[in-house]
Design a protein around this ligand. Structure first.
Ligand SMILES: [Zn+2]
Length: 99
C-alpha cells in the first residue's frame, strides 16, 4: 500500500492511498507517535505502556517538511529540528486504525 497523494493542510497530515482510502493525522498526535528510538525507546511502539518522556515545544508539532524514504515510508522534519523519525506506510496505516 502506497500513498497516491500527501498534503499538509494546516495542522493535518493528509494521505490519499492508492486504494482510495484517505487518512488524516493530527500533527501533534503524529509527533507523539514518532517511531524513532529516541522518542519510543525499545520495543513495540504500539504496545509500549511507558513511552520515553519527551520535552515537546510548540515547534515540535509544526512540520517543516517531509520526504519519501525508499518507497516504504516518509521522513518528517519537525520545526524543532527533529527529523530522525521514519514513518513507514504500514505504521501510518496502523496508526490511523489504532485510535
Ligand atoms: Zn522521534
Amino acid at each position: 500500500m502506497t500513498p497516491k497523494n500527501i498534503q499538509v493542510i494546516q495542522r493535518t497530515f493528509a494521505i490519499v492511498w492508492n486504494d482510495s482510502r484517505e487518512d488524516y493525522f493530527d500533527l501533534e498526535k503524529l509527533r507523539r507517535a514518532c517511531p524513532c528510538a529516541t522518542c519510543q525507546g525499545e520495543g513495540n511502539v504500539l504496545i509500549s505502556a511507558r513511552p520515553t518522556p519527551q520535552n515537546y515545544l510548540p515547534a515540535s508539532f509544526e512540520l517543516r517538511g517531509w520526504q519519501y524514504i525508499g518507497g516504504y515510508g516518509v521522513q518528517l522534519q519537525w520545526a524543532d529540528g527533529h527529523a530522525t523519525g521514519i514513518y513507514s506506510f504500514d505504521y501510518l496505516r496502523q496508526l490511523s486504525t489504532g485510535n
